[in-house]
Write a protein that binds this ligand. Structure first.
Ligand SMILES: *Cc1c(COP(=O)(O)O)cnc(C)c1O
Length: 348
């Protein structure tokens, strides 16, 4: 038996490619003389590598970043392997061999990784130095190590811990990076993520690495009004029903109707990334009408009040408000979590 084409989905994620391109140009401009690359890890922050990567490539992006080796094949279907870096670097010999085979550049984060890379044959790589976040990266003391001297470093980079705040750590990391990277024979230098770009020209160096803001996130107020929403989730109404006064809705009967009302059961649940933290706080939208959530979010559905949009029917699409700053405020989730939790059942 051959499988015929899939029936229509009940969840879809519209990607506003104009906004994506516009956001990259805005970030590239804010990066001054530096080139803005693109962090596309975690399936381009949940939006889909197959849509995001070709769009950014055609807009002019030439440096892309993923975290895992498993993310490489889907990306190099669209760009040259030399334009892709793997932030986690090699943990096993097989990772270094995979980098050699594909031509993707590893980010070297420790002397252990430097050794692995050199043993696999070496060649161009990037180097991450830790300037205060204490995650991945060689320490400032290790910068002068003979292993580092043997590396063929394309980009030397570091990562800011608190760029989304006015923290003293920003200037401290900047000065540490400026000093330490001066002694490293790299072709170019890179420090700023999305928020770091808004800290000013000093932070841009040669290459910036925005992720969140490309996809509509606003990590600092300087970016409000510049960055536009990219992700627009929509879900279909599966069933309409009439409640009587006293009827309750969903698990644990968390909502009880006090009067007769029309409700809609919508194909959107926490398995799709619409987490329980939206329960009793969120609302879906249809045209200008607000459709408040009733009761708890289930795995595969939510129930909404259709009082303000009684014309809606089974099969109609409703909008999931996803303006990230506002959605974050309401749900208590970070803008990053809101994007990266959008599940595979969304047709992208
Ligand atoms: C994820 C990541 C970025 C992008 O950060 P945003 O805050 O999303 O702009 C940049 N650099 C590194 C090392 C990262 O891990």
């Amino acid at each position: 038996m051959t499988m015929s084409e899939l029936p229509p989905p009940t969840l879809r994620l519209r990607l506003d490619t104009d906004a994506l391109i516009g956001n990259w140009h805005a970030l590239d401009r804010m990066s001054g003389a530096a080139h803005a690359g693109a962090a596309i890890k975690a399936n381009a922050y949940g939006l889909g590598v197959d849509n995001v990567v070709p769009t950014l490539r055609d807009a002019g992006v030439s440096n892309f970043f993923v975290a895992h080796w498993s993310e490489v094949p889907a990306v190099i279907a669209h760009i040259s392997p030399r334009q892709l870096s793997v932030l986690h670097g090699p943990l096993h010999e097989a990772d270094a061999a995979f980098a050699q085979e594909t031509g993707v550049l590893p980010v070297i984060n420790s002397l252990y990784q430097a050794k692995l890379w050199l043993q696999s044959g070496g060649g161009p790589c990037h180097l991450m130095i830790d300037t205060g976040i204490n995650r991945l990266g060689i320490s400032l003391e290790e910068v002068g190590d003979p292993l580092v001297a043997q590396l063929e470093i394309d980009v030397v980079m570091s990562h800011l811990a608190s760029a989304d705040e006015d923290s003293e750590l920003n200037a401290l990391q900047l000065s540490r990076f400026s000093c330490a990277s001066r002694d490293i024979p790299a072709k170019s230098r890179s420090l700023a993520n999305s928020a770091g770009i808004a800290l000013g020209a000093d932070y841009a160096f040669d290459l910036t690495r925005p992720g969140l803001a490309l996809y509509g996130g606003i990590p600092r107020s300087e970016m409000a009004g510049v960055i536009r929403q990219v992700a627009h989730p929509q879900a279909a109404i599966m069933q309409k029903r009439e409640l009587r006064a006293g009827d309750s809705v969903g698990y644990n009967a968390a909502f009880t109707a006090t009067q007769p009302m029309t409700v809609g059961v919508v194909s959107l649940g926490y398995a799709d990334g619409y987490l329980r933290s939206w329960s009793a706080k969120g609302a879906l939208l249809s045209g200008g009408a607000t459709l408040p959530l009733l009761g708890k979010v289930s795995m595969d559905m939510v129930v909404v009040d259709l009082s303000l949009a009684p014309h809606l029917r089974e099969g109609d699409w409703v909008n999931v408000p996803y303006e990230l700053l506002e959605a974050s405020r309401i749900s208590g989730l970070s803008q990053y979590e809101l994007l990266t939790s959008l599940g595979p059942r969304f047709r992208r």
